[in-house]
Write a protein that binds this ligand. Structure first.
Ligand code: GDP
Ligand code: K
Ligand code: MG
Length: 300
């Protein structure tokens, strides 16, 4: 890693917020590459994932977290725990809210957690592209929350990029002089294999909707690069036979669709041709078992 120039700033920015407010979309936009998967389904993001943005004056390391919500099972608890750790271990928290709807109980639950920590908070009002023409009451609900905690507030759209340069400026202002933690051209701390697994999981989320998504874990079994093509073998682990059935689909149609969409996404990621083969395996109750969670790569 090269030496940072004098006056160079760097630091860690935790992105927190309710599920589906656009945390992962925002991180992808800021770093300029799709490293975090996104979908309209809550709990799309499971792991803490770092996104890295290096400018001539600063290195911003974003920590994307699973949305904070009340836990219902062990995986849920691990996710909320990770978000809490993320809050304590960063220099600044970017608390993202959905500007297209008014501030609600879910946002206030997170605000409670945040004001118990000493980490400075910036309130980021996202989805301004989706605000109705008369959005004053929405803006007021968030302005009030920011004011009561003395948080700075900034509005943007992760989708259209409106307001993102201003957000970036504000974040850099909050960072201190510091080193380059990562090489300037790196956009994520995760290995390519992990992102590949996530891109497969994203298609499962998008194509099977509610029936399967939350009990699936992807293992990349093989990545073999040849000069002409990259061959990837991956296993989709599910809990029940019925889920395996849904994933495979009639005559294998669902698995084929997942594979072909995921292949496209992985090709974009690695800028090269991909051959992707998917297998489905039933591994009962992996959600309940901490050992299995760890084996599958989730932090527990
Ligand atoms: P997360 O759960 O907070 O990480 O949210 P995601 O990044 O997965 O986004 C949830 C949904 O909101 C996805 O369908 C995104 O396309 C959508 N979304 C995110 N940011 C914006 C935005 O600025 N404007 C609009 N209209 N939609 C957005
Ligand atoms: K989501
Ligand atoms: Mg997310």
């Amino acid at each position: 890693i090269p030496q940072a120039p004098p006056e160079f700033k760097s630091g860690f920015i935790g992105i927190v917020g309710r599920p589906n407010v656009g945390k992962s979309t925002l991180m992808n936009q800021l770093v300029g590459q799709k490293i975090a998967i996104t979908s309209p389904i809550a709990q799309t993001t499971r792991n803490r994932l770092r996104g890295i943005l290096t400018t001539p004056e600063a290195q911003l390391i974003f920590v994307d977290t699973p949305g904070i919500h009340k836990p219902h099972h062990q995986l849920g608890e691990v996710l909320v725990q990770n978000a809490k750790i993320a809050i304590e271990s960063v220099d600044v928290v970017l608390f993202v809210v959905d500007g297209a709807v008014a501030c609600g109980a879910g946002d206030r639950y997170i605000a409670e957690l945040l004001c118990r920590s000493k980490t400075p908070v910036i309130l980021g009002v996202n989805k301004i592209d989706q605000q109705p023409s008369d959005s004053q009451f929405l803006d007021d609900s968030y302005a009030q929350m920011a004011q009561s905690h003395e948080w700075e507030i900034v509005k943007f759209s992760a989708k259209t990029s409106a307001g993102l340069p201003q957000l970036q400026e504000l974040l850099i202002e909050h960072l201190e002089i510091g080193p380059l933690y990562y090489p300037p051209d790196l956009v994520t701390d995760q290995p390519e294999r992990f992102i590949m697994g996530e891109l497969i999981r994203e298609q499962i989320l998008l194509l099977t909707r509610e029936e399967v998504p939350h009990s699936v874990a992807i293992a990349i079994d093989l990545v073999e690069e040849t000069p002409s093509i990259t061959r990837i073998l991956a296993t989709i682990n599910v809990e029940r036979d019925s889920q395996k059935g849904i994933l495979i689909g009639k005559g294998g149609a669902m698995l084929k669709a997942i594979g072909s969409e995921a292949r496209e996404q992985i090709q974009k990621l690695i800028s090269g041709k991909v051959y992707l083969e998917l297998f489905v395996k039933v591994q009962p109750k992996w959600r309940q078992s901490r050992i299995s969670l760890a084996e599958l790569g989730y932090r527990v």
